[in-house]
Design a protein around this ligand. Structure first.
Ligand SMILES: [Ca+2]
Ligand SMILES: [Ca+2]
Ligand SMILES: [Ca+2]
Ligand SMILES: [Ca+2]
Length: 282
């Protein structure tokens, strides 16, 4: 009798799991009486139980579309799931639950703007990862930009802090070795990211205005830097030059030299101009 009791507990546990606890008490008491009266009819009891259990899956009323849950869907048979596409994304509920691991109740599981179906069959991207290529742009953004969502190097991108500034000696516009090295790297980045434009910002400071009040050194720096980029393959149309005033207050503590200046205010900076409608998330 102990064994029968255990089997009964197992059966009712599975029944509750599928159906929830709804009006089974009457059924349970009938079955208990049946078993007590005819303990040897255990086999037929289990056949009946099996039939009832199978019937449970199909007789359950269909919830309203907004009330559908995964818990409800997994009570359905494989055949039923294969015929359903609850979220209308073109993938059957069966394929979403058991093959792709996507959400059968959400047409865009990872929220990147592309449907589960399109990611799997059109773009080859991962429907569970927003940014399949890991370059900071979501798959949806890449499709919108026309770049390859599977290639981490597409689009070639220059982040705002990626072009280093160059520094000049007092009153001078010559590019020394370290300035040339920086410009070489900046040029390469701009050539790789060919859609980018660049703004060259030449800082002007009072200490370098000559005795006649002329600011020619700043124009010469602008020219030296622009020419370097142009000679290294960055076309002139991609370069904007702007001037900005800066004062010795920008000098780090203790960095003011005998010219009442510092290299910080004798710099030329670079601002990459993003041609894309999005900025990478990281
Ligand atoms: Ca679907
Ligand atoms: Ca889906
Ligand atoms: Ca998606
Ligand atoms: Ca990406």
């Amino acid at each position: 009798m102990l064994q029968v009791k255990n089997l009964l507990i197992g059966f009712y546990a599975s029944l509750f799991w599928r159906k929830g606890i709804i009006l089974y008490s009457q059924l349970i008491s009938h079955l208990m009486k049946f078993l007590l009266l005819s303990p040897l009819k255990i086999t037929s009891f289990f056949i009946g139980a099996l039939l009832l259990f199978a019937a449970c899956g199909t007789n359950q009323p269909e919830p309203e579309p907004g009330d559908l849950t995964i818990e409800y869907l997994i009570t359905l048979s494989d055949e039923e799931l294969m015929e359903r596409d609850s979220d209308g994304d073109g993938l059957s509920d069966y394929d979403e639950i058991y093959i792709y691991g996507t959400d059968p109740l959400n047409p865009d599981t990872d929220g990147d703007g592309l449907s589960d179906y399109d990611e799997i069959f059109l773009f080859g991207t991962d429907p569970l990862i927003k940014d399949t290529s890991g370059n900071g742009f979501t798959d949806g953004q890449e499709v919108e930009m026309g770049t390859n969502p599977l290639d981490p190097n597409d689009p070639p991108f220059i982040r705002s802090n990626e072009l280093n500034p160059v520094y000049f000696h007092f009153g001078d516009s010559e590019l020394d070795n370290s300035a040339s090295e920086v410009l070489e790297i900046n040029s390469q980045k701009l050539i790789t990211a060919e859609k980018f434009r660049v703004e060259i910002i030449v800082f002007k400071n009072e200490s370098e205005v000559d005795e006649n009040g002329l600011e020619s050194v700043f124009d010469q720096r602008a020219e030296a830097v622009s020419d370097y980029l142009i000679q290294n393959g960055v076309t002139e149309e991609r370069i904007d030059v702007n001037f900005e005033s800066i004062s010795t207050s920008e000098c780090p503590d203790g960095a003011i030299d005998e010219f009442n200046s510092c290299s910080e205010i004798r710099r030329v900076s670079f601002r990459p101009i993003n041609p894309y409608p999005f900025y990478p998330e990281y």
